[in-house]
Design a protein. Sequence first.
Length: 140
Amino acid sequence: MERAVMSILIVDDSAVVRAMLREMLARIEGADVVGEFETPAAAIARIRSNPPDIVLLDIQLVNGSGLEVLRAVSAEQPSVKVLVFTNFAEDVYRKRCLEAGAYAFYDKKSDLHALRQTLSGLAIRAPDSPDGRHAYGPGA
């Protein structure tokens, strides 16, 4: 089966994490990183002007919160899947993100493999394939 190209935007305050995610995504056939941001304002502007298929989103950002990005995406671009990947993996954050429209929620400390599996699975399907939201990554 030929894989569709899946455009991915990385939004994280850490250059190290962004680089690690870029490297991981380079090994997923069909995944294409189309941008990286560390602030909510820049990420939201990019998503509004040219929405990706997927946003990999941290909660802690420079000059704001990933929740700002998540709320904007959910309200304005509901077809964009937001996968939250954060160190703030407490239940209160998980619940808040999922209620705000996150497709999935992953703990940076323990869920990298699960995130990769989800992204690989999404890359196999066409980006606009209908599917339900994931409650959250493993370990919840």
